[in-house]
Design a binder for this molecule. Sequence first.
Ligand SMILES: NC(=O)c1ccc[n+]([C@@H]2O[C@H](COP(=O)([O-])OP(=O)(O)OC[C@H]3O[C@@H](n4cnc5c(N)ncnc54)[C@H](OP(=O)(O)O)[C@@H]3O)[C@@H](O)[C@H]2O)c1
Length: 267
Amino acid sequence: MQILIIGGGNMGLTYAQSFLRSHITSKENMMILEKSPEKAVELAKKDIGTVYGKAEDCINGADLIIFAVKPQDSAALFEYIRPFISDQQVFLSIMAGVKIETISKALKANKIIRAMPNLPAQIGMGMTVFTSSDEVTRIELVMVQNLLSTTGKAIYAEKESAIDSATAISGSGPAYVWCFMDAMMQAARNMGFNESESELLVSQTFRGAVELYNKTNLSCEEWIKRVSSRGGTTEAAMKTYRANSVQEDIIEGAQAALDRAIELGKN
Ligand SMILES: NC(=O)c1ccc[n+]([C@@H]2O[C@H](COP(=O)([O-])OP(=O)(O)OC[C@H]3O[C@@H](n4cnc5c(N)ncnc54)[C@H](OP(=O)(O)O)[C@@H]3O)[C@@H](O)[C@H]2O)c1
């Protein structure tokens, strides 16, 4: 299978490198279309496939075409590539907010898959939610799921609306975690730890808590109960969080992200 990635920026490069690292494909089967000549030169040095500057030189030979350009560049891209595409090709878009219907209408194509990855995909720890048009076959979906899984975990959603929800949870989610980490690092510095000690204490605490959670069937609430003894230190912190509605604020923040994703999708 020939794969063409359009857009050799952060995500395009992440995908190309993840596919090759996992040996799911070879560089002989990988093409990258990048409009910026400077970036194209840099990409070519990375030895991750053949780099092209013009759609007419590469689109024809691709079975799977991945759109990894910014959403605001999508309309121009669709217009540009439409004369070169064919019925049998599968299109995978990771562009935030660009709907399957929009892609299908603009390209006059049927086999569309839409995915929402997140930033930890860069280190193979990503979370991707994807969905597809009815015309994509089971085999094509499995093939794409295998490719997406090289960047972390990938789950299929029946409804396209789940992509907006995923944007609000796993897409923007790393920022929520970093926000919490940042506050804890500030608290650590206030208590006398230096910068690097604060970073270590907090990042190792996050890592340990997540790993522990993943290794058991206990819920977050049950784990909180296990660390909190009556009248103890954790209980004191939890009481303050509850009094300040910290959890409600986090839920509200995610809802604001969902509202924004829906709004952006309308434009
Ligand atoms: N970064 C994330 O964590 C993340 C998460 C989820 C989804 N996404 C989605 O992933 C997509 C890519 O994001 P990114 O951060 O990788 O963007 P990026 O670094 O800006 O990369 C996009 C690349 O595509 C090139 N490009 C634009 N139009 C093109 C065209 N017609 N033909 C060929 N190349 C073209 C751009 O060139 P120029 O710079 O010259 O314009 C740029 O090199 C976005 O749609 C974003 O919504 C990203």
